[in-house]
Design a protein around this ligand. Structure first.
Ligand SMILES: *Cc1c(COP(=O)(O)O)cnc(C)c1O
Length: 226
């Protein structure tokens, strides 16, 4: 088996069955994605619309495509027809655009709300203090127009060697997940079941802290050529 296949198998073996592996394939060529596909991977993550769309056109149709990066509103429309899960909804404006395009396409689109849990200054992810308000508004919006399902939360820990800090950040995201679930997603049909956390360097900690979905790029595909 290929190196990529070996890497996938090693991670799958260490993962509990309840945790899904997303292979993050951004900046890798289609041949490399096919190696992952042949090793059994079906969940692929990309973070640029202009890269995702042609890959999705060319590669096998049973791949589930995950959008994991910063999503510009003017590009939402292009991924709505086929995307499996958008991990990075972090504002009401972006949510509204996804809902509008999903309704136009008459397709129910699954999303996660992205929360800023790391220490770094980035624009991505809603502040934990603002999450409750965002969830409330989004839940309200889909009451009459059920074209988006809020499936859970996503977050990225700080880039640091301090494992205890990473653990605290993931534990915080897990607590936020449980809070949102108990406030807004108690009914049977709500399906708030996904906690997307953990990347190449920190996924074992994320799994210990309750992740249900890890997003692994470099540790499977190798270094990216930007
Ligand atoms: C690139 C990326 C990953 C994968 O990162 P690696 O460190 O290469 O595993 C995971 N999540 C998001 C949101 C990313 O942008």
């Amino acid at each position: 088996m290929s190196k990529i296949g070996d890497n996938i198998q090693a991670i799958q073996k260490a993962l509990p069955e309840s945790v899904r592996l997303i292979v993050v394939t951004k900046f890798h060529p289609e041949e490399a994605l096919m190696e992952a596909y042949e090793a059994g991977a079906r969940d692929f993550g990309e973070n640029h619309v202009q890269e995702l769309v042609p890959k999705a056109e060319h590669l096998p149709k049973d791949i589930r495509w995950h959008f994991v990066g910063n999503l510009q509103r003017n590009k939402v429309k292009r991924i709505i027809p086929f995307v499996s899960l958008i991990h990075s909804v972090d504002s009401k404006r972006l949510f509204d655009e996804v809902l509008k395009r999903a309704e136009e396409a008459q397709r129910v689109v699954d999303i996660l709300l992205e929360v800023h849990i790391g220490g770094e200054e980035t624009k991505e992810g809603i502040a934990p203090s603002e999450l409750d308000e965002l969830t409330k508004e989004c839940v309200e919006a889909i009451k009459e127009r059920p074209f988006v399902r809020i499936r859970g939360l996503m977050g990225m820990a700080s880039h640091t060697d301090d494992k205890e800090q990473i653990r605290r950040e993931f534990a915080r995201l897990k607590r936020l997940f449980e809070q949102q679930k108990s406030h807004y997603f108690t009914s049977e049909e709500s399906l708030f079941d996904t906690l997307s956390m953990g990347m190449s360097n920190d996924w074992p900690i994320a799994v210990e802290e309750g992740s249900t979905m890890i997003r692994v790029g470099t540790a499977i595909m190798g270094e990216r050529n930007y």
